[in-house]
Write a protein that binds this ligand. Structure first.
Ligand SMILES: Cc1cc2nc3c(=O)[nH]c(=O)nc-3n(C[C@H](O)[C@H](O)[C@H](O)COP(=O)(O)OP(=O)(O)OC[C@H]3O[C@@H](n4cnc5c(N)ncnc54)[C@H](O)[C@@H]3O)c2cc1C
Ligand code: SF4
Length: 569
């Protein structure tokens, strides 16, 4: 390692943002728009919006392996291939073989080390947490109490949703609070039938998924070069229309417009540096991922947005005489209460009829069934709940790959829409558990000399009990609609990480003795360090989390700037 550390005044900024993904982009936008000179440090390579989406416009036959991932690529992408890495998307997923980690218990750590992070890959499902999500820990004596409530986040949800552009239908449900929506996408005919049947027979609402796609761009979207969604559902290869929200399409361009943003790529933030009193951060130490050069950058405020595991690892690596086990770890909570959502459980069915019905384009969305278990008067043997994402569509030409046949008749048959099928896939809440954790290896390092991450976490009895309901309730709803060949399923090998909603490990809380961050995402014992990604989460809810991370980030950024102006940081 090159120890010729470059450090000078020219490397001094008002704020440093670590990571350029979903939350780093939001932090950079907010901090620059509020007048700060910001340095964004990204460990991965530079990915340029539109021009670097190299597979975005390819047709299936243009892929050498017809879209399938090769055995070699599967070995390199062992974390992500199970879920979603395909020939057209693998370039956006991190090569796990080059970035190894240790699984004491199974964990898929799915990463995207490049500009935009996982905001390029996400499914865009965007749901607010409800009031109870923030209260459940305190009521049930689990984990610690949230230091904020739903009302604290309402203005920030409003603000972020408006900027992001979230399509959805207002339903007036307490369990799934409405947001600031662009026009909703349409349900298919069998989905409308399911909604009616399940509403009438089981009194459970169903809505169209709330997604960060521009169904009707507003002036602030088009001003950033974003356009209407084309319903082509190739989003995970990157969107040349900027129609789904990513930091590349939205927050980074907005931050750049201020002329106050500098981005340095290939910069792996290793640790946070403290001032001579050891109470306050003065900057970060960085390793260039290609040259191994070590550099230091300085700022008054540091935002950690390196993704849940990334941000907490940086805190763990930042050891000093004041913080011998990692920055902010007075409570011994760093790395603990690792959560995710559990999935790969639900029900599917065939649908007869509706032969004359079709739909517009390839809708990049699903339907959503909000939580109904342990809600209102419903009481189960387990705690918390789950929702479903899924939908009904017709089999396309690719069903021909599994059929024998050739020639003109076969091709003509494949141009006709296939039968309808439906799937309901559950997303269940995982409880905070201090024994579900990750830590840094004491004897194994990666090629940059950084300790490898060790995962030691699994689902517990509560999650296993919930899965039975997810499966059976899904089947019950499909049967209520009269669908055929209903198959409940539970992929028993499902484990932590596959939900790609990893969170916790540096939780927010009221008491510095039991939590790492305060109600504004500041490290209790080092107030100019903010952590605003999933690490901050005190519990997990059952809805997709990214819009909540972004609301927390925007809120924390305002607080940071206010505090700087008041000279309190
Ligand atoms: C296939 C898929 C589907 C998903 N679907 C949804 C969904 O529908 N709804 C939803 O809410 N969420 C979804 N998610 C999750 C969502 O992508 C994440 O919650 C979100 O991206 C997290 O934002 P982040 O800023 O914390 O991390 P990221 O977006 O991952 O960004 C972290 C960035 O930090 C960089 N970094 C890491 N370590 C360092 C370091 N030491 N130094 C410098 N830089 C560093 C990384 O390279 C990366 O660019 C999905 C994810 C995937 C992969
Ligand atoms: S479906 Fe919409 S958001 Fe997705 S790639 Fe196509 S235009 Fe972009």
């Amino acid at each position: 390692m090159n120890l010729n550390i470059k450090s000078d005044k020219a490397q001094t900024y008002d704020a440093i943002v670590v990571g350029s993904g979903m939350t780093g982009g939001m932090a950079a936008k907010e901090l620059t728009e509020r007048g700060l000179k910001v340095l964004m440090l990204e460990r991965g390579y530079e990915l340029k919006h539109v021009e670097d989406y190299k597979t975005a416009m390819k047709d299936p036959w243009e892929f050498e392996h017809r879209g399938k991932i090769t055995n070699l690529a599967a070995e390199e992408h062992y974390a992500s291939m199970y879920f979603s890495a395909k020939e057209g998307t693998q370039y956006l997923y991190t090569n796990d073989a080059e970035n190894p980690y240790i699984q004491k218990r199974p964990f898929n750590w799915i990463r995207a080390y490049h500009t935009g992070g996982k905001s390029l890959l996400w499914g865009k499902q965007s749901y607010r947490w409800n009031r109870e999500d923030f209260l459940a820990n305190a009521k049930q004596g689990l984990g610690v109490e949230w230091p904020i409530g739903y009302d604290d986040l309402v203005p920030w949800y409003d603000y972020v949703e408006k900027f992001v552009g979230v399509s959805g239908q207002a339903e007036g449900l307490d369990v799934l609070p409405d947001g600031k929506f662009l026009p909703p996408m349409a349900m298919t005919a069998p989905e409308l039938h399911l909604k009616k049947s399940v509403g009438q027979k089981l009194n459970r609402p169903i809505t169209i998924g709330r997604v960060a796609h521009l169904t009707k761009p507003q002036p602030w979207h088009t001003a950033l070069g974003r356009a209407t969604c084309q319903f082509r559902n190739r989003c995970s290869r990157g969107c040349p229309f900027g129609a789904y929200f990513s930091s590349l399409a939205a927050t980074i361009p907005a931050a750049r417009q201020t002329n106050r943003l500098t981005i340095v790529h290939n910069a792996i933030v290793k640790e946070i540096l403290l001032d001579s009193q050891g109470q306050k951060a003065k900057g970060v130490r960085v390793i260039d991922q290609n040259t191994m050069e070590v550099r230091e950058f300085y700022a008054k405020v540091i935002f950690l947005n390196a993704g849940t595991i990334g941000s907490t690892s940086i805190l763990m690596n930042s050891k000093s005489s004041r913080f011998p086990t990692g920055l902010g770890n007075d409570s011994d909570q760093l790395g603990r209460n690792l959560m995710d959502h559990h999935l790969s459980v639900g029900a599917r069915a065939d649908i007869e009829g509706f032969e004359d019905d079709y739909y517009f384009g390839a809708r990049p969305n699903a339907l959503y069934i909000p939580r109904f278990r342990n809600w209102g008067n419903d009481k189960r043997s387990y705690l918390r709940g789950f929702g479903y994402q899924g939908g009904a569509s017709r089999a396309d030409w690719s069903r021909g790959a599994a059929e024998t046949g050739f020639g003109a008749d076969f091709k003509a048959k494949m141009t006709q829409p296939g039968p309808w099928k439906i799937n309901l896939s559950g997303f269940g809440e995982v409880l905070p558990d201090p024994n579900n954790r990750f830590y840094l290896s004491e004897d194994q390092t990666d090629k940059w000399g950084l300790p490898k991450v060790v995962f030691d976490a699994d689902f517990g009895e509560n999650e296993r009990a919930m899965r039975k309901d997810i499966m059976n309730d899904g089947a019950e709803m499909l049967e209520a609609a009269g669908f055929k060949n209903v198959v409940p399923y539970d992929n028993a090998v499902a484990h932590m990480g596959l939900g790609i909603h990893e969170m916790g490990t540096a939780r927010m809380g009221k008491d510095p003795k039991t939590s790492v961050l305060n109600k504004f995402n500041q490290v209790h014992a080092c107030k100019n360090v903010f952590v605003t990604d999933g690490s901050a989460m005190t519990s997990a809810s059952n809805v997709n989390p990214s819009i909540t991370y972004m609301a927390l980030t925007a809120r924390a950024a305002k607080h940071a700037v206010d505090q700087l102006k008041a000279r309190s940081l």
